[in-house]
Design a protein around this ligand. Structure first.
Ligand SMILES: NC(=O)C1=CN([C@@H]2O[C@H](COP(=O)(O)OP(=O)(O)OC[C@H]3O[C@@H](n4cnc5c(N)ncnc54)[C@H](OP(=O)(O)O)[C@@H]3O)[C@@H](O)[C@H]2O)C=CC1
Ligand SMILES: O=C(O)[C@@H]1CCC=N1
Length: 284
């Protein structure tokens, strides 16, 4: 952890679950210098994902209890259907009645914060929970994370969670009733955009542009368009109009997109993902 770094986070951070999302958060935190890799401990039942964490310099364990004992903030990063198993596994190595009052961050898609609070408190009494939907671009400092508070989470807990996830981009509090829909946008959105980048590149390849060049130009164009929306504050429709010359190339392409229902496809994608998040919340 770099001295004088205003992003510096002093506490130990644990991950139960070592997969894609945990890695994106951990890698992002270490890259920004907010935490040293030695402040991180990670657990998973197999070694499939743990090697890269050891290479980073973090501690790893097959015991979820080790993570709970050795961390101030524990990020629950299993799939939603593995939460019960993960907490039961933890009991194996937790000294009875000795570990109390930790801050847990649940990133499990759809799962309601009250439910996680009850389950966690059955294992680690007096713990507080914050629910977060992050996205993988936190790995490169361009994430969009949202959070809501659990029943006993304090303002201090929320500030700490906001600080952790702000290292990876923007991080904003939303009411829990928006976590599924805003989470579908932030959490799943990168996958939808990757498909768009791939498809834009495919179009250019079809028209003769070499693949590597096409992918680079597609990604940079998406980045540039995003920055225009964020930095000018102009409505995306107005920015689109500024690109479309009368009788020109862009409006001809826009017509093709409208004919094929690209807007509807994207709206359907968010709606479907949000509904699935609600479904997962009802199940777990
Ligand atoms: N991927 C994303 O972009 C986003 C994911 N999320 C949420 O993050 C969570 C993790 O997703 P993701 O990282 O993609 O999933 P992965 O499948 O990549 O990772 C899941 C991890 O959980 C571990 N695991 C399984 N069972 C247990 C257990 N009993 N105890 C401890 N760890 C266990 C797996 O172990 P092993 O390594 O042995 O397989 C693996 O390391 C999900 O709940 C998802 O909804 C939220 C927002 C975005
Ligand atoms: O697909 C999923 O369920 C997870 C949650 C958001 C992004 N990935």
């Amino acid at each position: 952890m770099a001295d004088g770094n205003e992003k510096a986070i002093a506490c130990n951070i644990g991950f139960i679950g070592a997969g894609n999302m945990a890695w994106a958060i951990g890698e992002g935190l270490v890259k920004t210098g907010a935490v040293s890799s030695t402040q991180i401990i990670v657990s998973a039942p197999t070694d499939n994902n743990l090697g890269r964490w050891r290479q980073l310099g973090s501690k790893t364990s097959f015991e979820n209890g080790d993570v709970i004992k050795n961390s101030d903030v524990i990020i629950l990063a299993t799939k939603p259907n593995k939460l019960d198993e993960a907490l039961n596994d933890a009991i194996r190595t937790l000294p009875p009645n000795e570990v109390h009052s930790k801050v847990f961050v649940s990133i499990l898609a759809g799962v309601k914060v009250d439910g996680v609070h009850s389950k966690v408190n059955a294992v680690v009494p007096k713990s507080r929970v914050v629910r977060v939907v992050p996205n993988t671009p936190v790995a490169v400092g361009a994430g969009a994370s949202i959070y809501c508070r659990g029943p006993t989470a304090t303002t201090e807990d929320l500030n700490l969670v906001k600080k952790i996830f702000s290292c990876g981009g923007i991080c904003e509090e939303v009411p829990e009733n928006l976590m599924d829909s805003a989470g579908a946008l932030c959490g799943c959105g990168p996958a939808f955009i990757y498909i768009m980048i791939e498809a834009l590149a495919d179009g250019a390849v079809k028209m003769g542009v070499p693949r590597a060049m096409a992918t680079k130009f597609a990604a940079q164009t998406v980045k540039g368009a995003s920055m225009m929306v964020l930095e000018t504050g102009k409505h995306p429709g107005l920015l689109k109009d500024e690109v479309c010359s009368p009788g020109g190339t862009t409006i001809t392409g826009v017509h093709a997109m409208e004919r094929l229902g690209v807007r509807s496809a994207l709206m359907d994608a968010i709606e479907a993902a949000a509904k699935r998040s609600i479904e997962l919340g009802n199940k777990y």
